[in-house]
Design a protein around this ligand. Sequence first.
Ligand code: NCD
Length: 294
Amino acid sequence: MRDFSRNDIDLVLKKAEELEPFARGKKSRELEGKILAMLFYEPSTRTRLSFETAMKRLGGDTIDMVSAEASSVAKGENLADTVRVIEGYADAILLRHSKEGAARMAADFSAIPVINAGDGAGHHPTQTLLDLYTIKRESRLKDLSIALVGDLKYGRTVHSLAYALTLYGANIWLVSPEQLRMPESIKNDLSHAGVSLKETPSLVKAIDQVDVLYMTRIQKERFPDPSEYQKVAGTYRITLELLRNVRENLIIMHPLPRVDEIAPDVDSTKYAKYFKQSFYGIPVRMAILSLVMA
Ligand code: NCD
């Protein structure tokens, strides 16, 4: 995410807006003849399927490494070799990997563009771009107050989002249990970039102070010790009761999947935007693909 300037982001958001009719089904042949290779070394539903839809809506095609277990990765092939092979098969690579920095390393080896679809507990920049698009469409990016809630230590979506928000001068509340605080190095970068940061374990303190409530799942799979997960599981849960004194225009976002961070009866309130947010993944990822490959 740190590779993006404010202008770069605004360009993607503008392009996404232009592509929205095509995201809803209008025909496009912009990426006809182009192939996106999808390399997923970690589970994914939305990112994989929305990129696939985005590519197909633009008239392009995808090839898919079904799973690391079913591919030569299981035979011991390293990522650098895989990437050098795939660059002969496709026009861009979409990579999700369990190691932080994997996408950057792959990009160093690859002659074709590499899109980071999540690198361990590191970053998830395409999620951030669709998050910003959602905020722009459903709330406002200017003078934004936002609470990032949940697993700020291992959550890659909030790492990327926090960096991007510095470019828009947001007020950021960091709401997490003590054990899952935003890493110091990121907090330092955010402070240096001049954003106003408030940190608290109390969701109640932040909830009526913000325009956007950005909920996250506690990243169970990243805990070295399962008993540590048990201590923080279920820390935050948005319920109708909690929403009684919030700002009139509050929106609730979540990159999904949710576990129990948002009670199901919140889904039908005007605040809930997480399913719309996941739809916005289509035009935003179409914009990314088109800027990278067209
Ligand atoms: C997120 C991820 O993979 O980091 N999911 C997604 O891409 N929408 C969030 C998560 O897994 O909790």
